[in-house]
Design a protein around this ligand. Structure first.
Ligand code: SF4
Length: 350
């Protein structure tokens, strides 16, 4: 459990992101965490680089509901302090905390307070010794690093951990996760680290994480993008939606459009996506420019639109419902989507 969010086993795959504000700037960090919560983040990680940031973390903790992970390196006192202040998970590598005594203190504290630890192996920060042994970062070096950290926790009889094995290389990441997945029972946190900007990072993450998720590997994901962290949450959910692993909000089906289109498909889908961003109820909505593929896709959707001349046709639950002209298209689609969501919610409650 990370706070009230279960990770691993049959729990839904959780989607997380990390703040990129200055943690000591409590207001800015709280504002960003709230944006992430609003986008649906299950868990949020906050970097805590020093003792002053730890105090700020305490103030942040009091102002937000979502479970918080504190990202800590080198200084075990920070871990002890955020544990007192109500952290939900410690992202810490026992190997870089220092002496056995310091590690024991942190682990005992995590045990006492029932706080899980995430061991975060990163190809970019392997120990000098492992780099000498393997000559360069590679999956085997990452696996050995993970096992060394796990051994430290095992010796202290601590099993309440999850593990990440991140590299910016898709192949290395996949090999590292595959290698460790069969060896431990604990949940795996998936990510391609430093994946890139919004577009390139999304593609890289989808390729790597998509493959692992399809193999049943992974319990929580973070899409690392050099972009607004809110985008990481949106991409994370889109990835899970596309693999039918989790549904949240509208799942859009849209054609790429061509000269047969009877309305402007691209501007319609973009504007509709923007208008219904607040909806978290799962719903399939198909926006198709003409009758070549429109009726087929609309039949499978909760709400469908097929372009036709002189009027387009709206489908509800797979059946033709009514016609709409181009001028009223967006307003009508939004109305139908919201109506269908309200009906779905009412059906669920009855
Ligand atoms: S569904 Fe129609 S408008 Fe859309 S791409 Fe296909 S042929 Fe073109």
């Amino acid at each position: 459990m990370v706070g009230n969010v279960a990770v691993g086993g049959d729990a839904p795959i959780s989607v997380q992101s990390m703040t990129n504000t200055e943690t000591r700037d409590v207001d800015a960090t709280v504002a960003q965490i709230r944006q992430l919560e609003a986008a649906g983040a299950d868990i949020v990680r906050v970097s805590v680089p020093g003792m002053d940031a730890a105090e700020a973390f305490g103030m942040i903790r009091q102002q937000v509901k979502v479970p918080l992970v504190a990202d800590i390196h080198f200084d075990h006192r920070i871990a002890l302090r955020v544990a007192e202040l109500g952290v939900d998970c410690l992202r810490i590598n026992p190997g870089n905390i220092g002496s056995a005594k310091k590690i024991r203190e942190v682990v005992n504290c995590a045990k006492d307070k029932n706080i899980p630890i995430r061991i975060g192996v990163n190809a970019g920060s392997l120990s000098k010794e492992l780099l000498r042994k393997y000559r360069e970062p590679c999956a085997d070096a990452m696996i050995e690093s993970a096992k060394r950290n796990i051994d430290v926790l095992d010796r202290l009889d601590f099993q309440n951990y999850k593990l990440s094995m991140k590299s910016s290389d898709v192949f290395m990441t996949i090999a590292a996760y595959r290698g460790i997945a069969s060896q431990i029972e604990q949940p795996l946190h998936l990510g391609i680290t430093e994946a890139g900007g919004l577009r390139s990072g999304t593609v890289k993450s989808a390729a790597g994480l998509g493959l692992l998720l399809m193999e049943g590997i992974g319990d929580t994901i973070r899409i690392s993008l050099a972009a607004d962290p809110v985008e990481e949450i949106k991409v994370g959910f889109d990835l899970l939606k596309s693999l039918h692993l989790r549904s949240k909000g509208i799942h859009f089906i849209a054609c790429p459009s061509c000269s047969r289109q009877n309305f402007d498909v691209i501007s319609t889908i973009n504007e509709l996506e923007r208008r219904v961003e607040d909806i978290i109820t799962p719903l399939d909505v198909a926006i198709i420019g003409c009758i070549v593929n429109g009726p087929g896709e609309a039949k499978e959707a909760d709400v469908g639109l097929t372009g036709a001349s002189p009027n387009n046709l709206i489908y509800v639950e797979g059946k033709p419902d009514h016609k709409v002209d181009n001028e009223n298209l967006l307003d009508e689609l939004e109305r139908m989507v919201r109506e269908k969501v309200a009906k779905k919610l009412a059906d669920e409650q009855s």
